[in-house]
Design a binder for this molecule. Structure first.
Ligand SMILES: Nc1ncnc2c1ncn2[C@@H]1O[C@H](COP(=O)(O)OP(=O)(O)OP(=O)(O)O)[C@@H](O)[C@H]1O
Ligand SMILES: [Mg+2]
Length: 398
């Protein structure tokens, strides 16, 4: 009787273990993904459990029909227990592997985030490096400009003191001679020459100071424009009259060529006259006897109002044009030594043209001549329809 009970218990336990192992194997399909293999194992286990339950059923219903072999059933029990253990262990291993994979994935994601952050930081550092480079470049430009301004100021002061000292020395020298009556008696008649020297040096000094003041005013932005309608033909002939005597003395002809029906120009008459006189004085100074000067005025909506002074004098080499246009810049020539000058006429005229929103350009060739063009913007042309009847264009600078 004990043998029967033990056999039934062994078969029942082995049956339970096989069913449990089959269920566990089915559950593993979710964990490992090897569906077909685990289903096959589960089916095999269930078949074994089926066979075990048939044996058990037959044994219970007729204990004499199939005397169960206790040893064989015990071996089957041990195998079932081992199979369940195996399935559980495999399940556990796969769970661990899955957990490790999850952890790996998480750390990979973290790593990617850190890489992205590092790349962002690197990009920001590179941006900062670029902007620091830009700031350094701007600082360098500002420093260069400050140094250039400082150099220009020193050059300006050196030139200015030279220009002021020369006529002042002449005035002091002549007046000392006039003061010392013992050395040169008044009746010698040389006092007239000394007085003339003092007068010319004084006038030159005044011209230089006026030019410097005008130029500084324009550069400081404090020069004012007193715009009026100007009759350009009148303004040109007034300027020509001023240099006519000097031109005649140098046997230089001045020709005026104005476009027909020139409209009035809206500009500051004194400043326009100053430009014209400066350009005409240069043309007369730097043209040899027998030469010719042409003053032109023309105007169109596209070109604006154009004033031009052309001569066939000594000309300027291309490389020297920037020098001629710079403050105190004088191109060395025998003519420069013959004539007085400070080197302010052209830069001042250019600043005055720019003050009107215009331009001054110079074309020249050594031995052929020079042509200076002053261009006023089209907005300064007063077409007849824009002029009021009572506003008569002025011809002179009050
Ligand atoms: N028409 C010209 N032909 C040849 N050289 C010229 C002419 N105009 C100007 N220059 C050259 O350019 C230099 C500068 O001219 P700018 O009018 O500025 O000064 P300047 O005539 O020497 O002196 P300032 O006009 O101050 O009395 C002149 O010294 C001269 O060398
Ligand atoms: Mg000049």
């Amino acid at each position: 009787m004990f043998g029967v009970t033990l056999t039934v218990a062994v078969i029942g336990l082995s049956l339970t273990l096989q069913v449990a192992a089959a269920l566990k194997a089915l559950l593993l399909t979710r964990v490992t993904g090897w569906r077909l293999a685990w289903v096959a194992i589960a089916v095999a286990l269930l078949l074994m459990a089926g066979r075990r339950s048939i044996t058990l059923f037959r044994h219970l219903s007729d204990s004499t029909a199939f005397p169960a072999d206790l040893t064989a059933e015990s071996v089957a029990l041990v195998i079932s227990a081992l199979m369940l253990l195996g399935v559980v262990l495999v399940g556990e291993i796969f769970r661990q592997v899955n957990r490790a994979e999850d952890a790996l994935r998480r750390s990979e994601t973290n790593l990617q985030l850190q890489i992205a952050e590092l790349q962002e930081t690197r990009r920001r550092l590179e941006d900062q490096k670029t902007s620091l480079g830009l700031v350094a470049g701007q600082l360098q430009v500002a420093r260069d400009q400050a140094e250039a301004a400082n150099r220009a100021k020193s050059e300006f002061l050196a030139n200015m003191s030279h220009e002021l000292r020369t006529p002042l020395n002449a005035i002091i020298g002549f007046s000392e001679l006039m003061k010392d009556r013992d050395r040169i008696p008044p009746e010698s008649g040389r006092y007239q020459d000394y007085a003339q020297g003092i007068y010319e040096s004084g006038r030159h000094l005044l011209d230089v100071i006026n030019d410097i003041l005008d130029l500084s005013k324009v550069e400081a932005g404090s020069a004012e424009l007193r715009d009026e309608p100007i009759d350009v033909a009148g303004a040109v002939s007034a300027a020509v009259v001023l240099v006519q005597q000097r031109a005649a003395a140098g046997q230089i002809a001045i020709e005026v060529s104005l476009a027909n029906h020139l409209p009035a120009l809206k500009a500051d008459p004194c400043k326009v006259r100053q430009i014209l006189v400066n350009l005409l004085t240069n043309a007369v100074k730097f043209t040899v006897p027998g030469g010719r000067i042409v003053v032109r005025a023309l105007c169109s909506p596209q070109q604006g109002f154009v004033l031009q002074v052309e001569d066939n004098g000594i000309g300027i080499a291309g490389a020297d044009i920037p020098v001629a246009l710079s403050q105190f810049g004088q191109v060395s020539s025998s003519m420069n030594r013959k004539h007085q000058g400070t080197g302010l006429g052209l830069p001042l005229s250019m600043s005055l043209a720019e003050l009107h929103g215009g331009t001054l350009s110079l074309e020249s060739e050594v031995g052929k001549g020079t042509c200076v063009t002053v261009r006023f913007p089209g907005s300064r042309i007063l077409w007849p329809s824009q002029q009021s009847d009572h506003a008569r264009p002025s011809t002179s600078c009050a």
